[in-house]
Design a protein. Structure first.
Length: 164
């Protein structure tokens, strides 16, 4: 709320340089803002009494928007990258997948390792758990197992995240 929109009887006023001017009537605060050639802006409407500040409203809005943009820029969404393996994967292929996972984890992403079973491979699911264990062991220096290997339908999945 700015200027005439402020309907409170009295407000705690902050001057244009950030100094406390105390509790004054909203009319008096409005007069002081007009004398300074600035706007009266309600900053904390829930406080008792509400806090108002004498500022240039356009500049105030610009600063707020800039701060919000800066905060959005700093926050990072964690993506889940998936790496698919098969039960009869060769060691060199496994090492290539491990290196890809290492790259994802160092960037700060979570990695979902999926071991896909097809056809007769389904009969030997329990023998293939060691592939996921080896995968986790080779990344143990930078990653920790978030969710242990778990069978879901035709696949076995495991999640790795960066060590804290």
């Amino acid at each position: 709320m700015i200027n005439e929109q402020i309907r409170d009887k009295e407000v705690r006023l902050i001057g244009e340089n950030g100094e406390q001017l105390g509790i004054v009537s909203s009319r008096e605060a409005m007069r002081m803002a007009e004398e300074a050639g600035l706007d009266l802006v309600k900053i904390a409407p829930t406080a008792k009494p509400p806090v108002c500040k004498i500022v240039d409203y356009g500049k105030f809005r610009y600063e707020q928007i800039r701060k919000e943009k800066e905060a959005r820029k700093k926050q990072r969404t964690i993506e889940v990258k998936e790496i698919r393996l098969s039960p009869n994967i060769d060691t060199n292929d496994l090492n290539t997948k491990v290196n890809a996972a290492r790259k994802f984890i160092t960037k700060g992403d979570k990695v979902k390792i999926t071991l896909r079973f097809r056809g007769r491979e389904m009969a030997h699911m329990n023998n293939s758990k060691h592939i996921l264990d080896d995968f986790a062991k080779s990344l143990a220096d930078i990653a920790v197992v978030e969710k242990a290997p778990k069978v879901e339908g035709r696949s076995m999945t495991m999640f790795l995240t960066e060590k804290r």
